[in-house]
Structure formats: C-alpha cells, structure tokens
Design a protein around this ligand. Sequence first.
Ligand code: SF4
Length: 359
Amino acid sequence: MSRRRVTFPHMGEYWIAFETLVELLGAQAVVPPRMTRHTLEAGAHVSPEFVCVPFKYNMGNFLEALEGGIDVIVQAGGGCRFGYYGEVQEAILRDMGYDFDLVNLVETTNLPMLVRELRRIQPGASYPRAVKAFLIAYRQAQAIEAVEDFVRKNVGFAVDRGAIDRVTARFLRELRGARTLRAVRDLRSTTLAALGAIPLAKPENPLRVGVVGELYVLMEPFANHNIERRLAESGVEVHRFVTLTSLIEHGLAGRTFVRKTIAAAGPWLEFHLGADATESVAKTWELMNEGFDGMVHVKPFGCMPEVSAMSVLQRISREYTFPIMFMSYDAQTAEAGVDTRVEAFCDMLQMRRRRQSGA
Ligand code: SF4
C-alpha cells in the first residue's frame, strides 16, 4: 500500500511527536502550517458559531493542511463534547467536498486498543511497528514536557533568557531527527543539563503559581496568548500538570484516576465534572494547601466542565482569600488584554507576599 498522507491538529510543540508517530508507522506526515490568526478565522468561518474555540482551531488546522492533499485526518477527544468533534468536523469537511479517512482516537481505553487504532493510520503497519512508533513518539512527548517544565519554572529568573530560548530551539530542531528511544533519552538529558547550566538569579522562595483549566487552551500557547510565558517573565515559577502524556495515562487509568482526583479535591467535589475540570479543582485545592501564591484558571469561552469548576474555585478563592485569575478565551480575545491582566495579577501577588512577610 502506498504511503498515506496524514495530518493532525496542532497542540503546542507536540506536532513533533505526532510527526514521528505517523512517519514511523510508514505514512507521510503533513504538519499543518504554524498557527496564525488566519488559522482561527478559517476554522471559525466553517464552524458552528457557539462551538468552543478548540474545535475552531482544529478546523483551521485541517483546512490549511487539506490544501496540500490529505488521505487521513487523525483526531482525538473525549470527556465532554470533544468526544463528538471528530465526527462533526468530518461531516462539515465532507460537505465542503473534501475526501479523507478519519482516524478518531476517542474510544481508546486501553493500550492494545490504542495501538490497533493507530494502525489504521497506515494499514499494513505491523503491530510491533505500531508499538515501537507509539513508544518513541511518547518518549518524545515526555521530553518536550520535561524541557517545557524547566522553562516554565526558570525562564523568569534567567540572567540571559535568550540562552534558555536558544537551548530550547535547538532541542526542538534535533528532536525531529531523534527517532530511537536512546536518541530521545540522550537528547533529553543533554538538553536538561544544558538548561541547568544556565545561570539563574532565582530567590530561595520565588512566587509560585499553578495553571489549571481546559486541556487544549492550556497546552496551545497560541490559543492562550502565551500566558505561561508572560507569567514566568513577570518573575513567577509556573507549574502546570496537564500534559499530553498525563492525559493519555489518566485516560488509560479510567475510573481509578477519576476517583483519586475527586478524593484530592477534598470537601469540594462529590462527582466528576467532566474533561479536566475535576483536576482543576483538585490541583487548586492541593496547591493552595501547599502554600502556592496563586492560581490561573484558563478555559475557552463556553466550556461547560470548566464553568462548573469555576464556581468551586471562586468559593475557594473567597473563603481562603486565595488569589485566582480566571481567563476565558474565544476567537476575539486580544493579546493586549491578557498582558495587562497578567501584569496586574503578578503585581498583586508581589504586594501580597510583601504584606505577608511584613516588609
Ligand atoms: S473541555 Fe471544554 S472547551 Fe474543551 S472541548 Fe470540552 S467543552 Fe470544549
């Protein structure tokens, strides 16, 4: 069978791992162009008006990739109406005259099932080949997460921020060519060592802020207007827990993970709120009790699970005088507004810290 041309939606830098996965399966990856305003406008133009913004971004990615000719679109989802996105997007694109196969990874609740679905990307790919492709791509995703975690926590304190950016850019470039488990492991450790050697002017007890919310807006800096970087550059150690590999692991753990998360939410939740909203509450509760300085909650406008989480977070914030900044994004959200709010939030955290220390 000929190599199929396969595309997928963007989400942060994970496109590198998706590209590797597709190519190691024997297919040809067609990475959608980098996100721009045009991506969102094109996607929004063909999407139902009130659908949440990740749907529109994904549609924009598909439209931009389809221009080059595509055999397969890979979509994932679940946990909320995201579970229906693939089918709705397929129907819209077919009505527009596009012809392709959809590989929808919604129902994959265990590893063998996931591998079976992945083999549909390139029929003929053997089971061992699909397992190997998945493992290498997964390690690449974990390497991206480890590097980004370091950057979130330290870039605001680097004496030369450019040095962190240069190491990160080199890592991402080289990761595309690292297609064995050993190559990924070596690149990950040399990159973390290089980052660790960059001088920091970091106080012993820096401001710490957790970022929680809806998965797509959390993990796509274009969609959240680079909020983590803006926070970090305001002198904050930024912590985020939702990542692609954590979602895969939690998805495979199923109800066990949900039960644990509800328990971690303390007195605030009895039932699962859907998608990542239960985790938003649990992490906020945990981090507040650990002495974090504040939280940022991000969500797309109209995201039902996170709207439910917000009502709980607002109570936590009120009853414990714990700062939480709520950011809601839609297709119209302006970058300047995000900047101003981040700046004001961080100034408030600094003042609060000084007051608490009696300075
Ligand atoms: S979590 Fe919220 S924004 Fe994301 S797909 Fe579900 S409803 Fe939409």
